[in-house]
Design a protein around this ligand. Sequence first.
Ligand code: ADP
Length: 303
Amino acid sequence: MPSCLIIGECMVELSPLDANTLNKRFAGDTFNTAVYLKRNLPDCVVTYVTAVGADALSQQMLDVMQLEGLDTRYVAKSQTHTVGMYLVTTDASGERSFAYWRNNSAARNVMALVTLPETCFDVVYVSGITVAILDVPQREQLLRALASYRERGATIVFDPNYRPLLWSSIQEARDWTTRFYAACDIAFPGGDDHAALYLHKDEGAIVGFLQSMNIGEIVLKRGADNVEIYRNNEHVSVAVTPVQTVVDTTSAGDAFIGGYLAAKLAGFTSADAAAMGAEVAGVVIGAKGAIVPADYYQSRLAN
Ligand code: ADP
């Protein structure tokens, strides 16, 4: 049975239904990827590692994780902190903005609270947000854990997902992102992140930089444009079918990675995995929210 370990933060997602009512869901980059991976490959054991609180809201989050079929045995429960939260608002022109309450979240202590599984996994996935929310000792601890899983045969996957607000400086973000890149086998760089973090002006600069770190598989997501994959010395370009009516691009990249990893874990080629990732992301951006309802998702994916 394929297996994947994903470490990160899931939050309460609040979005206005009308002037007086907020809709509550649960989301967060690594959680979104875990959900879409599991939905596409139900046979895969997807172990999601985070920390929540000991309160009712945290329990609801755990219930949703379990409803999605995630293995939550390694979710830590903090007695002193609870889950983070964000509010999505949309202005008159449709532009979304996010306000976060996560500075004190339980997940910021996940590495200190959790004992990671001793068993190995086919894939271990973390993002730059996972790294950013941790203090320095926990980042070091996470790097050691990745190295240990990698030594035992796991494929380490990393998406830098740069969020400036979570770092004290660009330099700090750049240094840590580079260290995690160096620890991975498959990377999902984004053009905007690299322009901001490394001042890379084009894709050649991004790919050259990552290849110099011996990353065997580099997957460049480019919105509605082709996905470019650089695998050892091969380059493959995979077409994306542009979505006619984009409703909400939240979690497009996370969903893409979920689909990509599902296909890879099922034994498909990287090109097929990119096509799968694009299909999943295409469905997700056609509806509101990071996690679209499972029945909507299944009906759209089948079409
Ligand atoms: P991120 O969300 O990480 O910034 P992208 O914007 O590149 O990443 O989107 C991730 C994936 O979502 C793309 O590779 C593509 O498969 C899909 N996607 C994004 N925008 C569109 C679109 N307008 N039409 C079709 N697919 C899209």
